[in-house]
Design a protein around this ligand. Sequence first.
Ligand code: NAP
Ligand code: MG
Length: 491
Amino acid sequence: MPIVTEDSSKIQVSPGQLFIGGKWQNGADTLETINPATGEVITTFAEAGSREVDSAVKAAREAFPAWRDTPPAKRGKLLWKLADLIGRDRERLATLETIDNGKPYFESGKIDIPFTAEIFRYFAGWATKIHGSTLPARGATFAYTRREPLGVVGLIIPWNLPLVMCSWKLGPALATGNTCVLKPAEQTPLTALALADLIKEAGFPDGVVNIITGRGTVTGAELVKHPDVNKISFTGSVPVGREIMKSAAETLKKVTLELGGKSPNIIFADANIDSAIKGAVNGIFYGKGELCCAGSRLLVDKSIHTQVVDGIKALVAKMQVGDPFDKKTRIGALVSKEQMKKVLGYINIGKEDGASVVAGGARAEMSGEFANGCFVQPTVFDNVNENMRIAREEIFGPVLAVIPFENEDEALAIANNVDFGLAAAVWTSDISRAHRFADKLEAGTVWINTINMFDPALPFGGFKQSGFGRDLGEDALDGYLQTKSIWVNLS
Ligand code: NAP
Ligand code: MG
């Protein structure tokens, strides 16, 4: 057991190891993980080098034939059991998530951890519903298809929703009969390691899930290179996605990429303005803005521009930044010093490019145990031009760019004028306009009069440079299955 709980408020963590073949094993190196709210080291964890990555892939390969042939109902039961254990350990997991990532405890405990369990339950249900079809082939033949697992899949995930991302990948991969090697982000390894213990306790056979920690450039790169990995499912940034695709080309691995976003949130004058203002604020500041689908570009009809910006300012003024365990806190610590530096850098770029800061615009200074924390004020830039860098590049922090527009055509043109296409939201009471936008927006998800809604049944993924392949929903299964056609001669 690498992680030991004393009580729900104080978590003691002992040095971690790698979870390979159902056993805890040493790594090649040791790294530290930091609590970004205090700057203190929480614990050390192991880094898998090429030897350990190879052991994990071998363990997964050895476990594959039996797991593929395990009755689907049994696979489903194990996933359901895992969901129950996550529910049982909700407080402990939420505490680990908050100390490792810096997000408010209410987000970890009330949203992330329950959602993780819900996703495992959803995919548990799919295990028994994967089937091919019979087809009218020519001649005296009987022809049918089978939907088969790929084999060993490598799962590489980011730090913003550490445990949720484990479920987005492991749920469909396991339901379809693949064995897995999962690598969490180096900034947030703790909940994935805690999950390893629950996977063991649930009764998954050894080697079906292997969890290896380490840096992306070391552990992640080795996993992508490994010739015996059949597929890489990646969620993270565009530059790393590009690297992974290049590297995977060498071994012709299958790849799916869930990448970043610069999602437009469009408010028309005929919208319910109060709801739209709340949606604008939640759309960017939930999760400290470290959300791939954050509504980071707010497109507002000129006629209601002042009203909307004033409304946002009033809500932002009430948002408490600070101690992630304080129930009133709405914005916790950004995940790391590097991320804070990046976000503050973009705030400077916005100022230099001539956008006006109407809220925040600096680091949030704290005292006492939080003096070294990575806190940034919720920041709103008004009068942003669509060509400014803060309107085009993913900041991945609590920074909103407000762009006024004249009419529907202009709104649509601005909305689609980025390389990303992950998500978009529209606020209007005109049902025809809402559906016109749903049709024309270049995004994998469109929200109408709401924002940041998720459900395990709804596929999630990108258009354009936000990637390809889908997490969640029935579509997610496609990323972990291959179709075989079988011909039987009847003559
Ligand atoms: P990142 O830097 O791309 O890292 C993602 C993962 O890739 C981490 O585990 C990282 O390891 C690993 N990695 C880094 N370099 C690698 C390499 N050369 N080979 C293999 N693996 C490598 O992304 P992040 O900063 O953690 O997360 C933020 C990004 O994720 C944002 O762009 C956000 O939009 C995106 N995101 C997308 C979705 C979606 O569903 N579309 C959801 C959430 C987040 P280390 O961290 O250990 O170095
Ligand atoms: Mg950390």
